[in-house]
Ligand binder design. Structure first.
Ligand code: C5P
Length: 406
């Protein structure tokens, strides 16, 4: 996808070993369709050369407020006016302190001070030793920078270049890219808490065998990501899938439908929106054997009997908060035919205001999908697109429905 198409990012580098990650970040921003203008401090150039950054960004790097290339000789004005955001990665402890004081004795800090506050957001990716990160001076600076309107991305935790271990690493380039993409998404769900169930469930027959299904979890994970991008707090209850947790999303891993039911009921207490995308097993073996069921050579096969699993969506939709609308419930239907009729019937059966239909065999495991939204008034198609693009459209649609109610 080209999630940053048309965006012009000033990528500022300050002095820190994490400058090596800025090279990768620069490429990642370009790959998403952004144009990137690199600005480096003198300290940053101790760690990585302007040659590298110029080659990657395909533009000359600026590093001096006295740069005479522009005819008006005002690079700090020219460069900051054309930016959609200034992203400083890495942002050193020293540079944060400088921003707090509004000092402007090098091109990058000068640009930050001279930028139009309402139009050019400042995004900071801190990178420093763990002691520097937890120092009261840095804590004060983080608070002040937020109060001044800057967006400060988290830091990573782990091994540091200095040999110590702790908080203060700059996020990885892909994580920063996701944060930048999220930053530009409209915050239609700010203040909401979204609970999403995703993936298959696994119903044990014995300790080594079980019953599951082909759900990949991709649609649910895309919805969790889109909800977080839209400003919501997101809890994702996931069945067994091999997918990376979307940034900023709280993930609860479960195995069985009963586990998922328990987790969903618990986390729904604080949620305002519930989106049930999980392909929950309808039945589970009545008794899961404690030891592996062995072949005894007689040719006899084990007889499995099943009991029905709790319907998580129906339970929450029929709970007092679901009924009153305090918890807005959205269901999914994976059908193989007659999508509209089946989705309408399922919406009524589950008692939810919105049900999203998709064709099971055409979506399981795929990166794209097509959706049919069914509510009490009728239906609306969302044509085939990537699951993330559809998830963003669905989240925007849900946000409109929630706004319309209040
Ligand atoms: O009944 P069916 O499985 O077709 O319904 C699909 C919808 O109900 C999905 O939103 C799914 O996540 C949810 N569901 C559930 N608990 C179940 C079965 C389905 O939450 N036990």
């Amino acid at each position: 996808m080209n999630d940053l198409a048309g965006k012009h990012i000033v990528l500022g580098l300050t002095g820190g070993i994490a400058c090596y990650k800025a090279a990768e970040l620069c490429r990642a921003l370009l790959k998403e369709g952004a144009t990137v203008q690199v600005v480096m401090t003198e300290a940053a150039e101790q760690f990585i050369t302007p040659v590298t950054m110029q080659a990657l960004s395909q533009r000359p790097v600026f590093d001096s407020q006295w740069d005479a290339r522009a005819s008006n000789n005002m690079p700090h004005i020219n460069l900051s006016r054309e930016a959609d955001a200034i992203l400083i990665a890495p942002c050193s402890a020293d540079f944060m302190a400088k921003l707090v004081q509004g000092r402007a004795d090098d091109l990058l800090s000068l640009m930050c001070l001279a930028r139009p506050l309402d139009n050019v957001p400042l995004l900071l990716a801190p990178a420093m030793n763990r002691e520097m990160w937890t120092h009261p001076a840095t804590r004060r600076n983080v608070t002040q920078l937020k109060a001044d309107g800057a967006t400060i991305f988290d830091v990573g935790c782990g091994d540091q270049a200095c040999g110590e271990t702790g908080d203060g690493r700059m996020l990885e380039p892909q994580e920063l890219l996701d944060e930048v993409i999220a930053f530009f998404q409209p915050k239609t769900l700010a203040g909401q808490h979204v609970l999403v169930t995703a993936g298959p469930t696994y119903e044990a027959i014995d300790p080594v065998r079980g019953i599951t299904n082909l759900s990949s979890g991709k649609m649910g994970f895309a919805i969790a990501r889109a909800a977080r991008e839209a400003g919501a707090e997101v809890t994702l209850v996931a069945g067994p899938v091999h997918l990376a947790t979307p940034r900023g999303v709280t993930r609860i891993d479960i195995q069985s439908a009963q586990n998922m039911h328990q987790a969903a009921v618990e986390y729904a207490q604080n949620a305002t929106i519930f989106i049930a995308t999980a392909a929950v097993a309808d039945w589970r073996p009545a008794n899961s054997a404690e030891q592996k069921i062995k072949k005894d050579g007689s040719g006899d096969v084990p007889k499995l009997t099943f009991v029905e699993n709790p319907d998580i969506l129906a339970t929450l939709a029929q709970s007092p908060r679901g009924r009153s609308g305090a918890l807005y419930c959205v269901g999914f239907a994976a059908e193989s035919q007659d999508l509209l009729a089946n989705a309408q019937a399922k919406r009524l059966r589950k008692g939810v205001p919105l049900l999203v239909g998709n064709i099971g065999p055409a979506t399981f495991g795929q990166d794209d999908n097509a959706l049919l939204l069914v509510d009490e008034l009728g239906s609306k198609e969302m044509v085939r697109d990537s699951k993330l693009a559809l998830a963003r459209k669905l989240i925007a649609d849900i946000a409109t429905r929630i706004r319309a109610r209040s």
